[in-house]
Design a protein. Structure first.
Length: 245
């Protein structure tokens, strides 16, 4: 397998993650913001929208293995993998490239979603609804429980993704998309299932810097939970994948 350059990895992950977040933030904005034609579409629309966002993002980032998520990168690292993708060796440099590209792509995708819905954001006066399109938040605030929920949901995501690679059928983007839909349907209610540090942090940064009239605060006090929880779940999943069961 030919070596894939880190520049290719960077461009691929930025592009794929941007598309993921554009469509993911977009579906929440579509059903939540004032005067949107899909206002009130509900939770089922959101979880399927996010699943299809993953489907599109994975195809867009095929050159780099389509991590789109620091939890995937860290989970593969913890699993002892020799490569992050065919032709991409696991090194300190490649790890940093993936993580930086994922966060940058997430910021870009959130900004593009704002551009697409700019007039609807301008018309929205509920700061909670605005923040909710960008980042996650708990239905019941409980730090320990919120961390556990994010860790458990991300464990499922990363462990199954790793096992996908062991299957003779070589399942592709559709399987990952359906996995994300399943996690949202089963475990998404308590915290909004970030299951991806970049997915929450990138849009939260965008929320903080974008000129949205009634946006309110970005809830930075909670922001570490959807970072730490998924990373813990990813490490546990990576280590557990080494157990022969």
């Amino acid at each position: 397998m030919d070596q894939v350059s880190l520049m290719t990895v960077f461009g691929s992950e930025v592009t794929g993650t941007a598309i993921l977040i554009l469509l993911g933030v977009g579906v929440v904005a579509n059903v939540s913001l004032a005067k949107s034609g899909a206002l009130g579409g509900g939770y089922i629309v959101i979880i399927f929208g996010w699943g299809l966002a993953v489907f599109a993002g994975v195809y867009a980032a095929a050159s780099s293995g389509a991590h789109l998520n620091p939890a995937v990168t860290i989970g593969l690292l913890a699993s002892g993998a020799a490569e992050y993708a065919p032709g991409v060796e696991v090194t300190v440099a490649s790890t940093v490239v993936y993580l930086v590209a994922e966060l940058l792509g997430a910021i870009i995708g959130a900004v593009l979603a704002w551009v697409a819905f700019r007039q609807h954001y301008a018309a929205e006066t509920d700061s909670g609804a605005i923040l909710g399109t960008f980042s996650t938040g708990p239905a019941i605030k409980s730090t320990v429980d919120n961390l556990l929920t994010e860790a458990i949901a991300t464990f499922v995501l990363i462990y199954i993704i790793i096992r996908f690679g062991d299957t003779p059928t070589e399942v592709g983007p559709l399987a990952v998309a359906l996995l994300v839909v399943g996690i949202g349907a089963s475990l998404g209610g308590p915290t909004g299932y970030a299951i991806n540090p970049a997915r929450d942090l990138g849009p939260r940064i965008a929320h903080a810097i974008l000129p949205i009239k009634h946006k309110g605060a970005s809830n930075w006090g909670y922001s570490w939970v959807p970072i730490v929880g998924p990373l813990v779940g990813a490490v546990v999943a990576g280590l557990f994948s080494q157990v022969n069961i």
